[in-house]
Design a protein around this ligand. Structure first.
Ligand code: URA
Length: 432
């Protein structure tokens, strides 16, 4: 019998929990023996008290053990790579990276999550594609990585069910932005998903769960250590999330932008990050190339159309309609003109992310359904010069009232000034 209330109290009081009992709490939750309200209280205690390195490892291990695991390397006879982000606004990187890497001949099998808080989730984005299935059986997942070179699925009753449950609970209980919970959530999916090498994109700044470079480095080091214990190669890139990545924020809008990028027509900041991540993934793969050559091959796959062909085959393999014309569109599109001329000093990612959630692109309770069509497109980004009246952004909304609210929120995210702001690159640091 798990004494959940006692464990919550001990964590609340700052104790380090014994391995067995911590693991049993998580496994009991995954089995349905521990109710949501106790796990919610436990997560809040962890939020304030943290987990030791040992507890973080035990939590990750218990989450992996809550379901089955796959050894993609043995199943395919190839080194399989993976990519994951800690969560950001407008972060559709995985959607573009996956088909490009596969087009370069490197298999990519990945388990993703849904939106968390003000950040979007790859599964929600993919589900904006009509027909797309994110719950594949394990043998289907492996067969698709073998045949198409790419598959992205969600946590299921088979694969890391503890993360599926905890993820949804943390999303609506203000317990997302805790280093150990993030590290365990990401690494349990990566370990169970079976890739041998991975690039983890640790977002830093206003719209990220890690606000400072210091905490982002700590998260990177924790995930690298968890990966090492499980025999996985992990490279972390620390990237800017002070402003949304690319232009589109919102599920279908982001899918469209990812497809544009796979075709070589994406926004500059986003395209650069995608090619950089691809270069690192190809360098980790069994192709035997360095990062520069990996990047060159990735750029070539975009330019010669092979990445787009893989996109189509991938989406079709998971039951989706690959044409962008099939994506849902919002009935109201409102342009937001700049109230004055000047340089964009700031474009607050959290504000934009929250505006998207309020439009319906994310969840406020576990039961909420996502409106895949709505969101925001940021036409002007930090450092851009705009004239008064020029569109800063457009809001894609279900109705006029929702557009009014979002318009106010998005305009409040923009700060204009007379001088250009200091430059901040997208790629801030690499931790290996
Ligand atoms: N991504 C995940 O998969 N889990 C988290 O906790 C945060 C981002």
């Amino acid at each position: 019998m798990i004494r959940a209330a006692e464990l919550i109290q001990r964590k609340r009081d700052g104790e380090e929990l014994p391995d067995e009992e911590l693991a049993e709490l998580i496994l009991g939750y995954a089995r349905g023996d521990v109710p949501d309200y106790q796990l919610a209280a436990f997560c809040m205690a962890v939020f304030f008290r943290g987990l030791s390195e040992r507890e973080t490892f035990v939590l990750t291990d218990a989450m992996v053990r809550s379901g089955e695991t796959i050894d993609l390397g043995s199943a395919l006879g190839r080194k399989v790579v993976d990519k994951h982000s800690t969560g950001g606004v407008g972060d559709k990187t995985s959607l573009a990276v996956a088909p490009i890497v596969a087009a370069c001949g490197v298999p990519l099998g990945k388990m993703s999550g849904r939106g968390l808080g003000h950040t979007g989730g790859t599964l929600d984005k993919l589900e904006s594609i009509p027909g797309f299935r994110t719950e594949l059986a394990l043998d289907e997942f492996v067969a698709q990585v073998r045949e198409v070179g790419v598959a992205i699925i969600g946590q299921t009753a088979d694969l890391v069910p503890a993360d599926k449950l905890l993820y949804a609970l943390r999303d609506v209980t203000a317990t997302v932005d805790q280093l150990s919970l993030i590290a365990a959530s990401i690494m349990s999916k990566k370990i169970a998903g079976g890739a041998q090498a991975m690039v983890l994109d640790v977002k830093v700044g206003d719209g990220a769960f890690m606000r400072s470079l210091e905490t982002a480095r700590e998260l990177a080091e924790t995930m690298i250590a968890l990966g090492r214990r499980a025999g996985r190669e992990v490279v972390c890139i620390l990237t800017d999330m002070d402003q949304p990545l690319g232009a589109a924020v919102g599920n279908a809008l982001e899918v469209k932008e990812a497809l544009d990028t796979v075709r070589g027509q994406g926004p500059t900041d986003f395209s650069a990050l995608v090619l950089d991540a691809c270069g690192k993934l190809l360098a980790l793969s069994d192709l035997g190339v360095d990062e520069a050559e990996g990047r060159r091959r990735a750029a070539e796959a975009v330019a010669d159309g092979s990445a787009e062909s893989v996109w189509r085959r991938w989406i079709e393999a998971q039951g989706g309609t690959p044409d962008e014309s099939a994506l849902p569109a919002a009935p109201v599109v409102r342009e937001l003109p700049a109230p004055a001329g000047g340089y964009v000093q700031r474009l607050g990612a959290t504000r934009v992310g929250n505006a998207a959630v309020h439009l319906g692109a994310g969840r406020r309770t576990k039961e909420d359904t996502v409106d895949h069509a709505v969101g925001i497109v940021c036409h002007a980004k930090r450092g851009d010069r705009v004239e008064a009246g020029q569109p800063l952004a457009s809001v894609h909304a279900r109705d006029e009232t929702a557009a009014d609210v979002a318009a106010r929120e998005v305009l409040a995210a923009y700060e204009l000034g007379s001088e250009p702001p200091p430059e901040r690159p997208v790629l801030l640091e690499v931790v290996r």
